[in-house]
Design a protein around this ligand. Structure first.
Ligand code: 7TS
Length: 410
């Protein structure tokens, strides 16, 4: 895998940012899009655009074939047993909320427990708070180690016969930790609970096999994996999706509508009320093709290598705190850090003057920020188009930031 060649697929890298070539280190927020995906979107709108599942006309058939073809591509990508277990949603947030509304709220009651770490993205935390409020179920947080990771023995201790749902991010968007989701799923299942995996930061970056992991639900977003914004996926085990209530009611998702009651289509179409995210799904299918051709193993190795290198380089600068586990096999492609005594927004602003894009803020993980005892942090996140030279540029820009803010250069 050659990131220098890969970059040529991404038109955005022709941009100059404040007089510098773009160094894009914010792929955990959203990835850039390759020409191959942009061209499929253009082709779709120019040659296939129509509504799906209803037209008997030729364009309707083309659009339906492309849309359902994308579902099959996504199913193969995560090794789902069937394409019917892939629901197109707006993204991870919507997928997780659909589980909360359509599954958890219908079943949970006082005394039931939901187990998760406090380090989750708000999208995998607030929906469960809301379920607890609505049903009387209790949230039980797993303890975190000083590096922000969880231990399996703590999961064993927390999960009981009262636990109905265990959830965790496969890869933390702040700490970069890769969590042992397969082992956690095994513990959850032993106690009769279901396992929900937030795959927003893993599916774009490493091979993810839902059957091997044995999760009950998996949520992820297209826009973080070279696809368009506005499309994501909810994968579920067939029997759970069949049992689960739709969240949106209206056109497309029905079987028979009477005046006072109605019945739904089968899974997955019962979850896709209204005109679905047709072009988005087709674009996501193209992104899946693109990533598959490069190879997810190679991408995972590349991202982890850049993260290790970045951690090493940042730690060699004085006055920089790096959060999360040490570099190594259990780390994804991002590094979260602070320049001591300087607000991360100020750091990110100085980096931007050098063309280096990093994210600064609480990363939608306010409880974790409190545990780390920081208000916010800066974060550099890597993807297939980043190079070692990008890390040189990050380090140079950080050195300038240190000079600017009066730090001694390490
Ligand atoms: N879960 C995790 C682990 C995430 O990283 C994100 C987005 C989401 C859920 C929500 O995804 P969405 O596509 O529905 O918004 N994370 C980030 C981030 O770290 N910076 O910007 C968005």
């Amino acid at each position: 895998m050659n990131p220098v060649e890969i970059r040529k697929d991404f038109p955005i890298f022709a941009e100059q940012i404040n007089g510098h070539p773009l160094v894009y280190l914010d792929s955990a927020a959203t990835s850039q899009k390759p020409r191959q995906v942009l061209e499929v979107l253009k082709q779709y709108y120019e040659h296939e655009n129509s509504n799906v599942h209803r037209g008997v006309h030729t364009l309707g058939t083309r659009a339906t074939e492309s849309y359902e073809g994308a579902r099959e591509k996504v199913a193969r990508f995560i090794n789902a047993p069937s394409a019917n277990q892939v629901v197109f949603t707006r993204g991870t947030t919507e997928s997780l909320n659909m589980i909360a509304y359509g599954y958890a709220r219908q079943r949970f009651q006082p005394g039931d427990e939901i187990v998760l770490p406090p380090s989750e993205h708000h999208s995998n935390l607030i929906p469960w708070q809301q379920v607890a409020r609505a049903t009387g179920a209790t949230i039980k947080y797993l303890p975190l180690q000083s590096d922000g990771t969880i231990r399996l023995e703590d999961v064993e201790a927390a999960v009981t016969a009262n636990t109905k749902l265990v959830t965790i991010a496969h890869v933390s968007n702040v700490l970069g930790a890769i969590n042992p989701v397969k082992e956690i799923a095994e513990i959850a299942h032993r106690h009769g609970a279901i396992m929900v995996v937030d795959g927003a930061q893993s599916v774009p970056h490493m091979p993810v096999d839902v059957q091997e992991m044995d999760c009950d639900f998996l949520a992820f977003s297209g826009h973080k994996m070279c696809g368009p914004t506005g499309v994501g996926v909810l994968y579920g085990k067939k029997e759970l999706l069949d049992e689960m209530e739709p969240t949106y009611f209206g056109g497309e998702m029905i079987d028979v509508v009477e005046l006072y009651e109605s019945t739904w289509k089968e899974t997955p179409w019962k979850f896709e009320g209204g005109t679905p995210i047709i072009a988005g799904a087709v674009g996501l299918g193209a992104a899946v093709d693109y990533l598959t051709a490069i190879g997810l193993e190679e991408i995972a190795e590349h991202d982890a290598h850049l993260a290790s290198l970045a951690i090493e380089r940042l730690q060699s600068l004085n006055g920089i705190d790096v959060y999360g586990p040490e570099a190594g096999v259990h780390r994804g492609g991002l590094v979260t850090f602070n320049l001591r005594g300087v607000h991360p927004h100020d750091v990110a602003t100085v980096l931007d003057t050098q063309g280096v894009a990093v994210r600064a803020g609480h990363h939608c993980a306010q409880p974790l920020m409190r545990i780390l005892n920081v208000g916010s942090t800066a974060r550099a996140s890597f993807y297939l188009y980043n190079t070692e030279e990008d890390i040189d540029r990050l380090v140079e820009a950080l050195q300038q930031a240190k000079e600017f803010f009066g730090h001694a250069i390490g």
